[in-house]
Design a protein around this ligand. Structure first.
Ligand code: GRF
Length: 221
């Protein structure tokens, strides 16, 4: 009989709405999913995502960055809370803080993020407006390991969606967001199953066919 691996203990960092957190909560509600969310931490008091955590019975807390003299002090408290919850992997889900080299190093290959563009294009803010201004015909989202540089780091998975005539940053954002909600649980599963290997700064997926971390929405016919 195969020995069942314990579920990977995940801490989710948020700053707001938490719809990606919800997608992870929903995936982890299945006992067969290889990861469980043990804590949710928001740097913004009253973030809507904290209500989602509470509804799911997950311990949530606020660590307000404004209460600390510097970035390092804030991050030391984050790490303390994550360690206290015995977190093995950190998922940033709409976490709007730039991290220092020290925090990125502490969680090297143990912290992932979702960004609403096909990286390395359009890192940072206002991604959808920039994608539209550039006239790209495919947009999408990426899940990647976090490094010190914003929205950089080995790419675990990507989902592509079409840019349609008449799109605004808002309509494009909502099409990409739907893809995010499918991609993030898929990538977390791959990491939790121990199937993601980082060589140099390239992540590759072990086992199965080659397209497991790639989603195209709508799928090609
Ligand atoms: C998402 O688009 C995510 O990719 C970006 O911030 C947004 C957060 O949305 N990093 P939500 O809080 O998960 O609803």
């Amino acid at each position: 009989m195969a020995v069942k691996r314990p579920r990977l203990k995940v801490g989710v960092l948020i700053s707001g709405r938490g719809s990606n957190l919800q997608a992870l909560i929903d995936a982890a509600a299945d006992p067969a999913y290889p990861a469980e969310i043990v804590t949710v931490i928001s740097n913004v008091p009253g973030a809507k995502g904290l209500e989602r955590a509470a509804r799911a019975g997950i311990a949530g807390r606020t660590i307000d960055h404004r209460g600390f003299p510097g970035r390092e002090d804030f991050e030391a408290e984050l790490t303390r809370a994550l360690e206290e919850a015995k977190v093995e992997l950190v998922c940033q889900a709409g976490f709007m803080r730039i991290v220092t080299a020290g925090f990125a190093a502490r969680w090297h290959d143990r912290m992932i993020n979702i960004h609403p563009s096909l990286l390395p294009l359009f890192p940072g803010l206002n991604t959808h407006a920039r994608a539209l201004a550039a006239g790209v015909k495919l947009a999408g989202c990426s899940v990647h390991f976090v490094r010190e540089a914003v929205d950089q780091g080995p790419i675990i998975g990507q989902a592509a969606v079409p840019v349609l005539p008449g799109d605004t940053p808002e309509t494009l954002a909502s099409r990409v967001l739907e893809a995010e909600h499918r991609l993030y649980p898929l990538c977390l599963r791959l990491v939790a199953e121990g199937r993601v290997r980082v060589t140099g700064e390239v992540a590759s997926i072990d086992g199965g066919d080659a397209v497991q971390s790639m989603l195209i929405n709508p799928p090609p016919h």
